[in-house]
Design a protein around this ligand. Sequence first.
Ligand SMILES: *Cc1c(COP(=O)(O)O)cnc(C)c1O
Length: 419
Amino acid sequence: MTTKIWHPFTQHGLGQPIPKIARAEGATLYTRDGRAIIDAISSWWVQTHGHCHPKIVAAIQQQSARLDQIIFAGWTHEPAQQLAKDLSNFLPEALDHIFFSDSGSTAVEVALKMALGFWHNRGETRHRVIVMDHSYHGDTIGAMSIGARGVFNQAYAPLLFNVGSIPFPEQEAEQATLDALTVFCSDRDNPPAALIVEPLILGAGGMKVYSPAILAEMHRICGQHDVLFIADEVMTGWGRTGTVFACEQAGITPDILCMAKGLTGGVIPLAVTAASAPIYDAHFSKDRAKMFFHSSSFTANPIACAAANANLQIWRDEPVQQRIDNIIARHRNFARQLGEHRNISAIRQCGTILAFEIDDTGGNYMSALGPALLGFFADHDVLLRPLGNTVYIMPPYCITDEQLSAVYRVIEEAIGHFG
Ligand SMILES: *Cc1c(COP(=O)(O)O)cnc(C)c1O
């Protein structure tokens, strides 16, 4: 008997084929028999500059031959220090402390623990976390607790902790979101510790977009009531929304910011939770009981830090913003074209992410259309993974004009086929 692989978010009982990828370059994935597939979702939202970027490959090769891993509790190394130094050119000035971990979920868990530790060490009892409906923050128990409840986490529901939920700011109903937040924030009996949000666009919740003005307003309300503001930029960070971080578009600086996916260019796992001085200071003491009690074995792994340093180098040396702006402009044209289809609705764009619904009676994640679309796209050599009947494109910035046109073409074919 051989050990079998259990894939994530995969119902093996349906017997769907699991294609095997042998190598990748730029925005292209290659199977062993030479089939070329366009990676239009950046290998699940992580890849930014494309697969096997030579600068990142070289950084990993060189670092892995020099220093591969070292305990980070009480020890340090050059790649981590370099990254801290260089990140200050990308982060708002007030976010001047960074804590390493190794995935988006852990970056979020760290953020929650920082926020709760902040209040605890200051001697205030605050445990309540405010979240937005439809949010996704990861798949660990804490991250699930602050995320949307549904079929995804039904089995674990009794273990998830309670949170306060504000509605997603639907167009024309945005005031309801702000009012709900104000009510939670003004609750003198149970003041919230923090609000955590995905800025500008909710990814896994269905690529739901809201305005920078609302983001700024939520930040203002939190500040007014002394509630910590946590931005989960795990997906939005590193250019997805058109700016390096989505918060920039609202002109806000969160108290805590989580990043992961694109931090290493999407090549190897690394996450950073950036915090402002007051968060750090609340843990700074001669009292060992007030230290931040969190670690994982590979905290700030030197190879991963070297990959992140190469990513930052690419942002400095290559026309990354120009590539992003080009995708934004091309998406805008394609969105106009999509608008002419009768069976397409809710076309929206946030930076390099373009999303729309294919109208269908099911209309939820479990609808049969999702898997059918997935198969259709795969058969046409495009990696797109619709969320139910929500189709979205989130390409790596290196995607060529021809490749992007090919993705658009296959999408139009799918609309014709399923519409
Ligand atoms: C993907 C994602 C996470 C979880 O990141 P992992 O690295 O998969 O653990 C958290 N928050 C958001 C907004 C995400 O999109």
